[in-house]
Design a protein around this ligand. Structure first.
Ligand code: GLC
Ligand code: CA
Length: 560
């Protein structure tokens, strides 16, 4: 397998609005990030993926961009950004920027021009259609509730927005749009950025004719996803982008691709196809969703998690490359979702980190994950900020008449604001995030869970993550070894091996508060064993063949 720096790297995601506020206006900013680079250096991460910092009216917190070449006022200036990049590089940290090019803001000059008239030179930068029988051009639902179409009076036509109505979709069929995007990418690459995370990049090609989707039970609008996810020209577009831009720089790329299967994952990431380095797949974070989508919440099972992760590990092996994540700014906190955020918060957060970082792929850490930050339960919908959550609440409670408390319970479990409460730096007011009033409240558990306390405690989640990252630098097998699931049917233990040459890792993780017994399969033999990491004290003498595990225990052995 070819060695690549981005395979050996660990990425840390910063959601700038919630990371660190330097000027007291309650909103995280670039100078705040600069002030925390020593912290990231100490953690040992190699790359920062920075969620959007471009000019934006913030309908979707920066994922609605009105100028791709300017910095959002609330976050600072271009000089601040340039200083941040320079400082990151001095700290040995690379910078991956978020590339949001499926859509722009409706306040982007292209769209402002586009909506003015049917023969505006920018009309075809977006997807305009006339209505059908006095209704929307098709029945697609927006990811943020309601129709994916918005009627515009000026010209009497509708524009497509797969997300909020302030996020009109760009028309990638138009070669001018593609050239604009490529030029903009070069603008940032020439400033020295080290790669891109590409927002919903598998949605840029829509099936011509934009056919109606299958109606959804109990819902006004249909899911059109099979007509806009992994569409007919997406690979052609990415190959063009690669030829014209990506191939000219030594960078890393990761595509956000909801709904991809491993077969499609290979198409995006097979190096011979010259598209992307890796993608974020969504199957494992969809295990607790029913057929009704994200808010149709059901319990996930360990058996399904094993199946899904193993499928991705094995199918991409030698063909593509995995990204590894349990958290990001769109997902609830992993320790609340897959672990135990009560009594075993620390143990289970470490276990989840072990489980993920020992797999094959590039691991991503989302801000606060390294502290074991948890979900939040705000008492009122007024306390929430996320457009997806607010629209969903309005639709369910307002239009469908659902019980507000039940809808809040869904938000407590899955809402994106779980990930967006401010980073907990210390136990002072507002967790040291701001001296002003934070744009969204801090999780009340900040007195106990915060970076200052974690740095001082050698047994903290932070120091455990630091060790996980260091191990990756020391042992090639963590990066390049092949993966095999063991104990497939065990209801509590997720265990697997990694193999490289005559070495093996045995990764043992207990996904429960119970104390099951781990039995090493007989075909795995060894003459020497070394414990690389564990989240409980382990005695050297212990026999790896049979271990009574403690609650949420994790261990990694290297054997020969
Ligand atoms: C991606 C982003 C999410 C955003 C959406 C629309 O899924 O991660 O935060 O709301 O795209 O840009
Ligand atoms: Ca600020």
């Amino acid at each position: 397998m070819e060695r690549k720096w981005w395979k050996e790297a660990v990425v840390y995601q910063i959601y700038p609005r919630s990371f660190k506020d330097a000027n007291g206006d309650g909103i995280g900013d670039i100078r705040g990030i600069i002030s925390k680079l020593d912290y990231l250096k100490e953690l040992g991460v190699d790359v920062v993926w920075l969620s959007p910092v471009y000019k934006s009216p913030n309908d979707d917190n920066g994922y609605d961009i009105s100028d791709y070449r300017e910095i959002m006022d609330e976050f600072g200036t271009m000089e601040d950004w340039e200083e941040m990049l320079e400082e990151m590089h001095k700290h040995g940290i690379k910078l991956v920027m978020d590339l949001v090019v499926n859509h722009t803001s409706d306040e982007h000059p292209w769209f402002v021009e586009s909506r003015k008239s049917k023969d505006s030179p920018y009309r075809d930068y977006y997807i305009w259609r006339s209505g059908k029988d006095g209704k929307e051009p098709n029945n697609w639902e927006s990811a943020f509730s309601g129709s994916a179409w918005e009627y515009d009076e000026t010209t009497g036509e509708y524009y497509l927005h797969l997300f909020s109505k302030k996020q009109p979709d760009l028309n990638w069929e138009n070669p001018k749009v593609r050239q604009e995007v490529y030029e903009m990418m070069k603008f940032w690459l020439d400033k020295g950025v080290d790669g891109f995370r590409m927002d919903v990049i598998n949605m840029i090609s829509k099936v011509p004719g934009l056919p109606d989707g299958e109606p959804q039970e109990g819902k006004k609008y249909a899911s059109g996803s099979k007509y806009f996810m992994n569409g007919p020209r997406v690979h052609e577009f990415l190959q063009e982008m690669n030829r014209e831009v990506l191939s000219k720089y030594d960078i890393m790329t990761v595509g956000e691709t909801p709904g991809v299967t491993p077969a499609e994952g290979i198409l995006y990431t097979d190096p011979d196809r010259h598209e992307l380095n890796m993608v974020f797949q969504f199957e494992h974070v969809g295990l607790d969703s029913g057929s009704g989508g994200k808010w149709d919440i059901k319990p996930w099972s360990l058996a399904d998690l094993k199946k899904t992760m193993t499928k991705w590990q094995k199918e991409l092996e030698g063909k593509g490359w995995n990204s590894l994540y349990l958290n990001n700014h769109d997902q609830p906190r992993a320790v609340s979702r897959f672990g135990d955020d009560g009594k075993y918060r620390v143990e289970s957060a470490k276990m989840l980190g072990t489980f993920l970082h020992m797999m094959q792929g590039t691991p991503y850490i989302y801000q606060g994950e390294e502290l074991g930050m948890t979900n939040v339960r705000f008492p009122s919908i007024e306390d929430y900020r996320d457009i997806e959550t607010l629209n969903m609440y309005k639709e369910r409670v307002g239009e469908y008449g659902e019980d507000p408390q039940q809808v809040l319970e869904k938000i407590y479990y899955k809402g994106r604001d779980n990930a967006r409460t401010p980073m907990q730096w210390d136990d002072s007011e507002h967790a040291g995030f701001t001296t002003g009033t934070p744009w969204i409240q801090v999780n009340p558990n900040y007195k106990e869970i915060n970076a200052k306390a974690a740095l001082e405690d050698p047994n903290s989640v932070f120091h455990y993550y630091r060790k996980l990252i260091q191990l990756r630098k020391k042992h090639d097998i963590i990066v390049y070894g092949t993966y095999d699931l063991i104990l497939e049917d065990d209801p509590y233990i997720y265990a697997y091996t990694r193999t490289l040459g005559d070495e093996k890792l045995v990764v043992i993780t207990n996904f429960s508060g119970k104390t099951p017994v781990f039995l090493l399969p007989e075909e795995i033999t060894y003459t020497t064993k070394e414990l690389l990491i564990s989240n409980y004290e382990v005695s050297e003498e212990e026999d790896l063949r049979e271990i009574r595990l403690q609650s949420w225990e994790a261990r990694v052995y290297k054997i020969r």
